[in-house]
Ligand binder design. Sequence first.
Ligand code: HQG
Length: 179
Amino acid sequence: MEDRRRVKLSKLISYILRHHPEKYGLTLDRYGFASLQELVGAISQKKKRVSEQDIKRVVEKSEKKRFEIKGDKIRATYGHTIEVEQVSPLVEPPEILFHGTSRRKVETILQDGLQPMKRQYVHLCQTEQEAYRVGRRKDTNPVVLQIRSRDAFGEGIEFRKCGSVYIAKQIPGKFIKQN
Ligand code: HQG
């Protein structure tokens, strides 16, 4: 499968498994898993014919490990707006994590902390470079914030690791600084 088609399919699977399974006639279990076979059927019927192999290729090729296949089921590992029980492991985070955002949001974030907004969790990156990429989705000249994640962990904030992405319910402003 060519790259362009794979990215398109990855975005569609993200849309379905993170936000709107019902629009494709799917129900997720409490952990966010859908039947892989039903997903193949739903996409093939509503959009474009895909095979289980196509979807497996998307999962394997995702550097961020956006999806997890377990047996005959598939889930999105992060990014949900719908409520699912997180099964990615609780971890002790590194000293510093990063969050890329738009310039106009920085002041509010430093004041109110990082909030999940429409999603269930706040998403953090391991590298400045990746955070910059994330921020570029929102602003041509994004800001990369530094999160003192180990200190936040020390004060009781829970972190989970989903592939290369870290998630937390929220991050108070006192742990955040502008680079
Ligand atoms: C901002 C993609 C005002 C926050 C990415 C962000 C990521 C606040 C926006 C993943 C705020 C939410 C998630 C506050 C946070 N006041 N704005 N208190 N707290 N915000 O898209 O982190 O490629 O829901 O800075 O790469 O940008 O799809 O979150 O700008 O890993 O796999 O509210 O999604 O991954 O935006 O992105 P989003 P995000 P994929």
